[in-house]
Design a protein. Structure first.
Length: 213
């Protein structure tokens, strides 16, 4: 995944009041730390940050540029969101080095379709892997093509890109495929039963078919 360059400003105001003023200015409060360096409190442009996260998620590498001309690479470590506005409240960024291998959780995307009359259930939606910090996949594909009831997909079943190593236990179950409940089972569990009108339509259609025969 390509790096996204983003400008950072030093943050001198702290606390809830300072954070609110930073956000009103169209920026997101953030802290940059790692590799034994003293944490830096910075502000990042909200629109640029949100666009990059939407594209690359938590494996997006940022090239953080400072006003003095220096820069550093970093990965999102934690993001606090406003549950109502769905905006970023605060971001923790972990400093990484080019060529350094890091452990990250990568989203798992299901590809293909399971057999008919089955339900596919996610047990885990991410998979922990080890890879070069600047070459992290934004997702991993897990095939469920043709899987029948009783099947499952484990971490070891996922094909990893070159240079990516599995950090999770290979036996960890990601996906379980079960038989879809029948109409009778749904009704027994309090599901919606067929309406009287639907039953009457079905009865009428059955009579018409019998007469035609």
């Amino acid at each position: 995944m390509s790096e996204v360059r983003i400008s950072a400003e030093p943050r001198t105001e702290f606390g809830k009041g300072g954070a609110r003023r930073t956000r009103r200015a169209g920026k997101v409060p953030a802290v940059l730390y790692g590799h034994g360096e003293k944490p830096k409190h910075i502000a990042l442009p909200a629109r640029d940050l949100a666009a990059a996260i939407r594209h690359g998620g938590m494996t997006q590498v940022f090239d953080i540029a400072f006003a003095d001309g220096s820069s550093t690479l970093a990965l999102p470590k934690a993001i606090q969101r406003d549950p109502v506005k769905d905006t970023f409240e605060h971001v923790d960024l972990l400093i990484v080095r080019r060529g350094e291998r890091v452990t990250v959780d990568v989203p798992v995307v299901l590809v293909g379709e399971a057999a008919r009359d089955t339900l596919v259930m996610h047990e885990h939606e991410t998979l922990s892997v080890i890879a070069d910090a600047t070459r992290l996949p934004d997702h991993l594909d897990a095939s469920i093509e043709g899987l029948g009831a009783g099947s499952h997909v484990t971490a070891g079943d996922v094909k990893l890109p070159d240079g990516v190593e599995l950090a999770a236990e290979p036996e960890m179950v990601l996906v379980v495929v079960t038989a879809a409940p029948t109409a009778e089972q749904l009704a027994a569990e309090g599901g919606e039963a067929p309406s009287v009108e639907a039953e009457q339509v079905a009865e009428t259609e059955g009579q018409a078919s019998a007469e035609a025969a």
